[in-house]
Design a protein around this ligand. Structure first.
Ligand code: GLN
Length: 479
């Protein structure tokens, strides 16, 4: 059976008509993974298990059972999700050899809906980074151009979807780690609103920012996965208590005129001129189609990257204090002088440079003498961003902005200058500071041959219109 994947709907039609089996689909992806090891997108492969699950799903269908919502959908998981009995390491030496004791809620919901987990994907260590170069497993290559990074931190997941190693993938988005790699790889990336998908079983980076996100080739495929995994969860008290309204499938694109805002400073400054021109062209097209598109001043933009890096490093320094190498994780060999020396050795050897830098930064901004100057200030900035964003959504349905100021950089280009790398997160960290949902929609191709798109952001709780607007934009994509 020859298999080529377009959408979950088409795959399900093929399954029902007997043109394909789940087993054949898994074999197809296993072959595809084995043929592209140079991408370095995968960390662990669960080949036998995936084939076994596929056969069980095929038997169900043969016995006349209805298709499950994600029947036979082949997915990968960023290496930050706990999946009981399977390795999870956050791409860090610190967790080398560690096996999850339980499954994350999102993972369990995927399994219950008939998805097949084929393996885990590479990422930046502890999800800290924007290029997928801080991984203990080495960098991931962008399948569109092997000299380029895929973006980060969920670079492996993005490339897995981009290069046809799976149908969909779960990532995590603390400050753009799903949307930015989706943008660099030319696929769809969703970060739902904070608390919409349970964080239970997701390795924590910065808990008040962390969101489970979804990669897919189309908005409708992402919506299908979203409908399955979103919603309240007794294991996560920060998960929203009210049920997540279902996104209609396929996502409707015909809608009354929308009111779009774009934030003035997002199209000035050091943005690639082709990205600016593409977005301006898109705004004109939307206005010509009868939608309102208005520029809105947003003087707070300059503060969002500093506020993000103060708050997330502070939370990270606290979250990562649990890795001491005593009960699990990397334990240094040899005989340390005392317990403190043992901790120091375990952590010095276990963590990579970027993680250490953030733990130190976070510890500094929380220290007694600097707490008010940095942490409290950044909290105040966050509050103002939240208030200002809510004000914008009184008059508008969505905000449109770039995902990144440039297309995928060359490997190694940003590693030497962490501040430049942090600054490039300017358009994505906004949604995490405000806690609102956002989607990266691939629309354009740069003259350098690389894909890029735009970002749609809606108000808290508005994932349904977010999907509709994104699907509408997706349908505008030339070709
Ligand atoms: N690049 C951002 C950071 O390094 C975002 C990471 C993320 O979303 N996990 O913090």
């Amino acid at each position: 059976m020859v298999f080529s994947f377009t959408t979950i709907a088409d795959y399900h039609r093929q399954l029902q008509q007997g043109q394909i089996t789940c087993e054949a689909a898994v074999l197809h992806y296993l072959q595809s993974i084995r043929q592209q090891p140079q991408l370095n997108a995968m960390v662990h492969l669960f080949a036998d298990e995936a084939l076994q699950t596929a056969r069980q799903l095929d038997q169900r269908l043969a016995a006349g059972d209805p298709l499950l919502p994600l029947h036979g959908v082949v997915v990968t998981l960023k290496d930050v999700f706990c999946y009981a009995g399977h390795p999870v390491s956050a791409a860090s030496r610190m967790l080398n050899g560690f096996n999850a004791l339980f499954s994350a809620t999102a993972v369990q919901r995927l399994l219950d809906a008939g998805a097949i987990i084929i393996g885990t994907t590479n990422c930046d260590e502890f999800a800290m980074g924007s290029t997928n170069e801080t991984s203990a497993y080495g960098p991931v290559l962008n399948a569109a151009d092997h000299s380029r990074v895929p973006g980060g931190s969920s670079g492996g997941s993005a490339v897995a979807v981009q290069a046809g190693l799976c149908m969909c993938s779960l990532g995590s988005d603390t400050g753009g780690s799903v949307r930015q790699p989706a943008d660099f790889c030319g696929i769809v990336g969703l970060k739902p609103g904070y608390g919409r998908i349970s964080r239970h079983g997701l390795i924590a980076y910065a808990s008040s920012f962390d969101c489970v996100g979804i990669f897919g080739l189309t908005v409708t495929d992402v919506a299908r996965v979203y409908n399955v995994i979103a919603g309240p969860d007794g294991f996560d008290s920060t998960a929203l208590q009210m049920p997540a309204p279902e996104v209609e499938i396929p996502v409707a694109t015909k809608q009354p005129p929308w009111r779009f805002a774009w934030l003035e400073p997002t199209l000035s400054g050091s943005i690639d001129p082709e990205i600016r021109a593409a977005l301006q062209g898109c705004f004109e097209q939307l206005a010509a189609a009868g939608h309102t598109v208005e520029a809105v001043p947003f003087p707070l933009l300059d503060y969002i990257v500093p506020a993000y890096y103060v708050l997330t490093t502070a939370e990270a320094s606290s979250n990562l204090s649990r890795y001491d190498g005593i009960r699990y994780g990397h334990a240094s060999e040899g005989s340390p002088a005392d317990l403190t020396a043992f901790y120091q050795r375990n952590r010095s050897e276990g963590f990579g440079r970027e993680v250490k830098r953030r733990i130190m930064l976070g510890t500094f901004v929380l220290s007694a003498g600097y707490y008010d100057a940095y942490f409290t200030k950044a909290q105040q900035v966050r509050k103002r961003i939240i208030d200002e964003t809510a004000r914008i959504f009184r008059d508008f349905d969505a905000i449109l902005m770039p995902v990144s100021p440039g297309t995928a950089p060359k490997l190694g280009e940003q590693l030497a200058d962490p501040v430049a790398m942090y600054l490039a997160d300017i358009y994505t960290v906004f949604a995490n500071l405000a806690g609102i949902p956002a989607m990266a929609v691939p629309l354009f191709r740069h003259s350098n041959g690389l894909p890029f798109g735009l970002q749609v952001l809606t108000n808290r709780g508005n994932e349904v219109p977010l999907h509709r607007i994104s699907a509408y934009l997706e349908a505008m994509r030339p070709g």
